[in-house]
Design a protein around this ligand. Structure first.
Ligand SMILES: NC(=O)c1ccc[n+]([C@@H]2O[C@H](COP(=O)([O-])OP(=O)(O)OC[C@H]3O[C@@H](n4cnc5c(N)ncnc54)[C@H](O)[C@@H]3O)[C@@H](O)[C@H]2O)c1
Ligand SMILES: O=C(O)C[C@H](O)C(=O)O
Length: 326
């Protein structure tokens, strides 16, 4: 049996936390031979609820669950952690955009970034889920000057999975027949779900759907799927968000299959003409615990416009939170 790794999860008593922790403990994220210590962070008033979640985790008698730490102190939660899933943040309500949460949530991620900087493993893998995820990831990263900036990522995998599912439904294929969709940019209504490089059953996807469906149905539906869930459920997505977080971390830790990529929000170094520094959704392959951007994809004029629009929004969000950088 391998040595246990430490996985920190914030907002552990929340909706997503409840759908996430049991799957991590069951081995869905890091594999069936990897024991885990769970470090669960909550705000002080939620520690009672967190105790209840911990009781349930214990009651599952998971073979891979080695130890649980419950705390309201980020310095304890992130101590020596190898993985950190930053979920704890307020969700939006109907009628809001995710960036409307910046003033409520932005302040959470500076102190957490600093605690990660001071206490986590030097090659910690951080995934920010709390919205607006890309810019919150940037705030955390900017408060962790001693760590490689590439340790900090944001979740666009839910959008990626939504795009796969919608393309599968349209083409009468199964999700497993869909490869290499891309979510470029922000986890927001400006994200660009791109199928120009995707395949369905090994054949180019784009010629298999009509242009009007792509531009007038597929793109807006993927962009607005979060809002549609809030409208239908009366609460933002939780189980699908947790599942995407598991997928993101599993790909990063265990790798992507040969010839396939996934979408990850990662720090731009200028690839594809994107503003350096912003946390931008890119197609990535993963190997040996590292991710790399898929380079050299042809970008047509339509895609260029959409990629630049979501870049512009991320630059605006960055300008609004620069005072939270250390
Ligand atoms: N990136 C994505 O694709 C995606 C998808 C779904 C939801 N989200 C976002 O994830 C976040 C969480 O959603 P949820 O439905 O679980 O919300 P929730 O309100 O059910 O749970 C949030 C939890 O975070 C806790 N929390 C608040 N501040 C904290 C802090 N400083 N430290 C630790 N814990 C803290 C709260 O006490 C609460 O238990 C929201 O911001 C939501 O918008 C992102
Ligand atoms: O839409 C939201 O606010 C929640 C989440 O970001 C989602 O995409 O489902």
């Amino acid at each position: 049996m391998k040595k246990p790794v430490k996985v920190a999860v914030t907002g552990a008593a929340g909706q997503i936390g409840y759908a996430l922790l049991f799957r991590i403990a069951a081995g869905d994220m890091l594999g069936p031979d990897q024991p885990v210590d769970l470090h669960l962070l909550e705000i002080t008033p939620a520690l009672g609820a967190l105790e209840g979640v911990t009781m349930e985790l214990n009651d599952c008698a998971f073979p891979l669950l080695n130890k649980i730490v419950q705390t309201d102190d980020p310095n304890v939660a992130f101590k020596d952690c190898d993985y950190a899933l930053l979920v704890g943040a307020m969700p939006r309500k109907q009628g809001m955009e995710r960036k409307d949460l910046l003033s409520a949530n932005g302040g959470i991620f500076g102190p957490q970034g600093k605690a990660i900087n001071d206490h986590a493993s030097r090659d910690v893998k951080v995934l920010v889920v709390g919205n607006p995820a890309n810019t919150n990831a940037l705030i955390a990263q900017q408060n962790a000057p001693d760590l490689d900036p590439k340790c900090f990522t944001a979740m666009v995998r839910l959008d990626h999975n939504r795009a796969m599912s919608q393309l599968a439904e349209k083409t009468g294929a199964h999700n497993t027949d869909i490869k290499n969709v891309i979510i470029w940019g922000n986890h927001s209504a400006t994200q660009y779900p791109d199928i120009h490089h995707a395949t369905v059953k090994g054949k180019d996807a784009k010629p298999q759907v009509d242009d009007a469906w792509y531009t007038d149905t597929f793109i807006p539906d993927v962009q607005q799927r979060g809002a549609a869930i809030i409208k239908a459920r009366g609460a933002s997505s939780a189980a699908s968000a947790a599942s995407a977080a598991i997928d993101h971390m599993r790909s990063w830790a265990l790798g992507t299959p040969e010839g396939e990529w996934v979408s990850m929000g990662i720090p731009s170094e200028g690839s594809y003409g994107i503003e350096p520094g912003v946390i931008y959704g890119y197609p990535c392959t993963c190997k040996d615990g590292k991710y790399e951007i898929v380079q050299g994809l042809e970008i047509n004029e339509f895609s260029r416009g959409k990629m630049d629009a979501t870049d512009a929004e991320l630059r605006e969000e960055r300008a609004a939170v620069e005072h939270l950088f250390s």
